[in-house]
Design a protein around this ligand. Structure first.
Ligand code: GLP
Length: 243
């Protein structure tokens, strides 16, 4: 069994990550199986609780492990393609990370498309748009602020649904809207005054700004979204393959 080399310049938490990764690779730990507790790792490798916690936390963030509240930490299913570029909703994204999603609806308005939204969605200005602004929480803590601009034509059937409790994408799925792809960009930024209050962090805190245009099964862009994620809480991982 590989151990932790205390002489090595490689941080101990990183070594533990590699050990766990290896156990999964060799199927000593299988998908759905609980991993040893932090305490067991500490005893087995003579490391501190903090070291074990960091290793496990990073593997959860990378999607290799997932947590279930009150039950423990488990090995995730291998989802290679999905990890690479998965088109998920916030709800699913949080569930995959072992967290409980919820939302607070700040605005739900019908309005004519302005120049930016019209350009992003490839429609004429003035076309009817639904603007949905939500604080997105994970385990009851604010994670992101998200403003979606949806084609009214597509969103009209889900407007009666309580979007503070339900997933927009799941509801759209129920009325036959299938997502075929999305174009997404990430940018570093800062939380502004107006956002700070909703996100529960001081203005000027680091943020990850995410923009997405989502296409339906007919390759029609139906959603343009701008989100501000708390950079202290949220991290994106991507698997890269050689060409
Ligand atoms: C993510 C996407 C948004 C999308 C949202 C739907 O956050 N970036 O573009 O609108 O998910 O979330 P849900 O289905 O959880 O309501």
């Amino acid at each position: 069994m590989a151990g932790i080399d205390t002489e090595s310049p490689v941080p101990k938490y990183y070594q533990l990550k590699e050990i766990i990764r290896d156990m999964i690779e060799k199927e000593e730990l299988r998908a759905g199986q609980a991993i040893p507790s932090e305490r067991e790792f500490c005893e087995r490798y003579g490391i501190s609780r903090m070291t074990a916690r960091q290793a496990i936390m990073e593997l959860v963030n990378e999607g290799l492990l997932y947590r279930e509240q009150g039950r423990g930490t488990f090995v995730a299913e291998k989802k290679l393609q999905q990890e690479a570029a998965r088109l998920t909703s916030f709800t699913q994204d949080m569930r995959d990370r072992g967290m409980r999603p919820s939302s607070r609806v700040l605005e739900l308005e019908m309005e004519p498309a302005g120049p930016v939204v019209a350009r992003m969605l490839g429609v004429d200005r003035g076309i009817r748009i639904v603007r949905l602004r939500r604080v997105r929480d994970a385990d009851g803590e604010p994670m992101a602020l998200e403003t979606s601009h949806l084609l009214y034509e597509v969103a009209k059937d889900v407007l009666d649904v309580d979007l503070s409790k339900r997933s927009l994408y799941e509801e759209l799925g129920k009325v036959g809207v299938r997502m075929s792809r999305a174009e997404q960009s990430y940018e570093a930024g800062l939380v502004n005054e107006a956002e700070a209050e909703h996100l529960g962090v001081p203005a000027g805190s680091p943020a990850l700004l995410i923009e997405r245009i989502t296409f339906d099964q007919n390759d029609r862009p139906f959603e343009y979204v701008k989100s501000t994620y708390r950079a202290d809480r949220y991290r994106v991982t991507t698997v890269l393959y050689p060409q």
